[in-house]
Design a protein around this ligand. Structure first.
Ligand SMILES: [Ca+2]
Ligand SMILES: [Ca+2]
Length: 547
């Protein structure tokens, strides 16, 4: 049984060599060169890593927003547009307001992170925010149990630009804290609110497969909980308070079963809820043969694990295969795992436009579903046709007939933002420490013929380095392009914006950065990264500031 989170036994160097060879084989010298930059950073500077640029269709841009993060694993947007994410191993909650990254706004205590797949796994924000300023968390806890807890936020609850927000550990109310975690793998980990205001939680079977058919085991099931009746403030679990009367097993004698919405799941690590229909799209991680996607569009569905793995009969429990098991809507082969192939599905979002016409993906994306594979790194797009789902027809610029995008290895979560963009958290780059990233993919019709090669785009070494004051950043553009130029510190914070995503004509440019951050304060001494984004290329140079 393969792990879903860091576990592939390969060195950064061998993974990198594979990616470089793939890029070269594909004629993508720009990517091979970008990887060379990464090599320099990898060898020369712990904490600053360069991921290979992703390949996505024409007209879309993958923008790297934050680097050098500590295993960002789960994303959640506040209604005002601010982004929170959970860190897997540090058990910290981070907050970003615009481009401002706050220090940790909470550290969750008693989190068990010893196993590769263990840690702080899921985060959800109360749909009644800011009147009910609650954040819900899913984590492996010390003592071999998984918990679902609620913390209360204080500070600026509805100021889109404010990073003044904290979660008080003393406010912790546990919803459930007896989900078995005897085995450190197969933990599930996603929490999301449905269109019905209910809190859904996906529980894995804790590597004891037959329990996925047992509704009272708190294993291999999707829970549906009503949080409206919970008292304010801290407290211990009261499961009976969480039971919605219309749950499929609401009449069961055991309260665990009364919370169950669906069963027969193996490891539903990442999944999402279609905001238009309320259906749950579940990425269920496979065993030997298939990764699968399931849709829970009705109460009480049984997705068949362990009677079936994807379409394949498995049935190890010695009991008859029940009727009316729900088959996956999509599955793919995972048998090449040991040779570098796919091995862990990451369920993404269903795309829907937001109320900002210039922000949205083209209309043909409405209702389409995205999924990726944590190890292979493809990003696929499914489209519904009648009652079935299949790969969407390829669009110009997508890297293969099956893959809408490539370069999404180690991505742990996706979300459609209030800006209509597809955001994602990359847990790490080549499993290196402090290499996590936050990205957003947005659509902007091409302004010029796409660059064919990075060869003609040059980004010079910042001069002087070290500097006591300003630093000169020089670049050469062979043709008009959209350019972003920013300064980051090694903690991943954007210190200053030098060029703000504007169209630039061909030519040679030099821009001075004053050494001051966007609020006019002198940047402290240290090593910094200058990042030049040119359409879909992404170049990083480092330099030092001394005072
Ligand atoms: Ca477990
Ligand atoms: Ca299944």
């Amino acid at each position: 049984m393969s792990p879903i989170l860091p576990g592939r036994p390969s060195s950064a160097e061998s993974s990198l060599a594979r990616l470089v060879s793939i890029a070269r084989a594909a004629g993508l010298l720009s990517i091979a060169r970008a990887l060379s930059v990464f090599v320099v950073l990898l060898l020369g500077l712990a904490g600053a890593r360069k991921a290979p640029a992703s390949q996505i269709p024409t007209g879309f841009t993958d923008s790297l927003l934050v680097v050098s993060l500590d295993n960002p694993v789960a994303l959640a947007f506040l209604p005002d547009g601010r982004l929170m994410w959970a860190e897997l191993k540090t058990a910290r909650i981070r907050l970003m307001a615009g481009r401002q990254l706050a220090g940790p706004i909470a550290v969750i205590d008693s989190v068990q992170g010893a196993g590769q797949e263990q840690g702080l796994l899921g985060i959800a924000i109360d749909p009644r925010w800011p009147t009910s300023p609650y954040v819900y968390l899913f984590y492996d806890a010390l003592g071999n149990f998984i918990r679902i807890s609620r913390l209360t936020a204080s500070g600026d609850l509805s100021s889109p630009a404010s990073t003044n927000l904290v979660l008080d550990p003393a406010s912790r109310r546990d919803l459930i804290r007896d989900i078995p975690d005897v085995h450190d793998n197969h933990n599930g980990g996603t929490l999301r609110f449905g269109t019905d205001g209910m809190l859904y939680a996906g529980l894995a079977e804790d590597a004891t497969s037959c329990t996925a058919q047992d509704t009272v085991s708190l294993r291999g099931v999707m829970l549906r909980m009503n949080i409206a009746g919970l008292p304010a403030g801290p407290g211990a679990p009261n499961k009976a308070l969480l039971v919605p009367p219309d749950n499929p097993f609401a009449g069961h004698s055991n309260v665990n079963a009364r919370l169950v919405w669906a069963l027969g799941l193996r490891n539903p690590f990442r999944w999402s809820i279609d905001p238009a229909t309320g259906s749950i799209f579940i990425g269920d991680v496979g065993f030997n043969t298939y990764e699968e996607v399931d849709i829970a569009d009705a109460p009480g569905l049984d997705f068949g694990w362990p009677f079936y793995e994807g379409p394949l009969l498995y049935s190890p429990c010695g009991t008859p295969v029940p009727p009316n098991l729900r088959a996956p809507i999509y599955y793919y082969d995972r048998t090449g795992f040991m040779q570098g192939g796919a091995a862990s599905v990451i369920g993404g979002p269903v795309y829907h436009a937001v109320s900002c016409p210039s922000c949205n993906f083209p209309g043909e994306y409405a209702g389409d579903y995205f999924l990726s594979d944590f190890y292979e790194g493809f990003l696929r797009r499914l489209k519904r046709s009648g009652g079935t789902w299949a790969l969407a027809p390829a669009v110009p610029g997508q890297p293969s007939a099956t893959d809408w995008g490539q370069g999404f290895r180690e991505v742990a979560d996706y979300a459609v933002g209030p800006d209509g963009a597809l955001w994602y958290a990359r847990l790490s780059v080549n499993f290196q420490p402090l290499s996590g990233q936050i990205h957003r993919i947005f659509y902007s019709p091409p302004l010029a013929v796409p660059l064919r090669s990075e060869d003609a785009v040059r980004f010079g070494a910042p001069y002087p380095s070290p500097t006591r004051g300003s630093v000169r950043l020089s670049y050469v553009l062979p043709q008009a392009a959209r350019v972003e130029l920013g300064i980051f510190d090694l903690g991943g914070r954007r210190v200053a914006v030098v060029e703000r995503n504007r169209r630039v004509e061909p030519g040679r440019y030099s821009v001075d950065w004053s050494g001051k951050d966007d609020e006019g304060h002198e940047a402290p001494p240290g090593v910094y990264l200058a990042r030049l984004g040119v359409d879909r290329l992404d170049l990083v140079r480092r330099f030092a500031v001394v005072r």
